[in-house]
Design a protein around this ligand. Sequence first.
Ligand code: NAD
Length: 478
Amino acid sequence: MTKITVAKGDGIGPEIMDATLKIIMAAGAEIEIEEIEVGEKVYLAGNTAGIAKDSWDIIRRNKVFLKAPITTPQGGGYKSLNVTTRKFLGLYSNVRPCMSLSPFVKTKHPEMDIVIVRENEEDLYAGIEHQQTDEVVQCLKLISRPGCEKIVRYAFEYAKQYGRKKVTCFTKDNIMKQTDGLFHQVFDEIAKEYPEIENEHWIIDIGAAKMADTPEIFDVIVMPNLYGDVLSDVAAQIAGSVGLAGSANIGETCAMFEAIHGSAPRRAGQNLANPSGLLEGAVMMLNHIGQTKIAEKVQNAWLKTIEDGIHTYDIFKEGVSKQKVGTSEFADAVIANLEKVPSILKSVSYANSSALNLPKYVRKTLAKKELVGVDIFVHWAGLNPDELAEKVQKLNRSEASLSMITNRGIKVWPEGFEETFCTDHWRCRFKPNDGATITKSIIIQLLNEAMEQNIDTIKTENLYTFNGKSGYSLGQGQ
Ligand code: NAD
């Protein structure tokens, strides 16, 4: 018996949760349910996180959380409960299987059967944003080695466990050589440990285009957070409907399972909604807690029901579907099929499933880190980079001097192009003079001098090498 936390959520949430629980209990799931309230009511009662403290205690104690969609009220100040839950609980892996159910659910891609494994905690979703000048705001893209190792290993372990043949990595490392470059590098390192699984890397733009056009050439696809967020919805939609896909959010100790769609408030309370997305989340949950026989039974009964043409309104199609049903009738039809398997759709077998082998991240030996320069960012409303260079060169000292100015990454001094558009946000790179070294105290001297000269410095980034390898990007055009 496994105790799980359940939140029925908002909109169509309670109906699809009731249907899902009814099906898995009828299949013999050995679970005990502890219910909590999250979402709209909690938000509107003045809790901007949408969840009370004692609910956190329950989620952390039970470790397994089945969550229906919630409504995030319009207007500022309300934090996304999903993002908070994923990060608080360290749910680093978001797994979204997207499989077509052709010919029973209409899709342009009848052969599609892919699993998107999305990194779930970092990247631009760290949410660290600042306005630095009148014209420029920034969002920090943070990619960590543990983050990459954990998600890439998860993708390969998942592929191994579920008999998948290939893991593909999508990044944009031709542009983001440090951040996406690290993700790609870790992918190549870990892929070597799984010689039996094919591996490949695609630049995300052409990879995404290919996935939308010919998804059947992909199997498991692993990618950083933002790309995964966008592409997993695309994948679910082209497989047939976002209403059919479930998602697992897995961490080292806790896990959360849900549908990928929202609370569809306009459909609420009418016994119309398709419970399949949440049911697919629940099947992943049953596998996760080791109740693989029950998971298999539910999944095959669900496939059989879809195959029987018993469809909710969202996938109902005259000529293909046989019977249009509501949420609860759909659940009853799945229950009636519990001992059956589909005959045209491929039935599933989770017989050999066991827990994924996911060792804890071990910190590597520290690299030799050397300070080799500094980027000083300046807010300046002028237009001519030569004029700025003249001002900033006043900071030059015997140890370090201005070597380059960029604007939005492109080099504008020395030898910039007058065609280059410039904002009020300038990066001034200081490098040590020949034979000299730069230290933190020299950086402070540079900043002090900038203050004396009325130069508006907005931030600095130290330039390092790690074991002699450059840890920063060159200016574009440098
Ligand atoms: P939505 O997914 O709720 O609805 C999009 C469309 O899909 C609607 O036409 C809806 O009727 C249909 N649909 C969705 N699920 C369906 C189902 N199970 N059966 C039949 N039809 C279904 O997206 P939205 O309208 O943009 O968002 C509504 C609310 O849901 C918002 O408050 C949003 O913040 C929230 N939301 C929550 C989650 C979550 O909790 N995981 C995810 C996405 C959106």
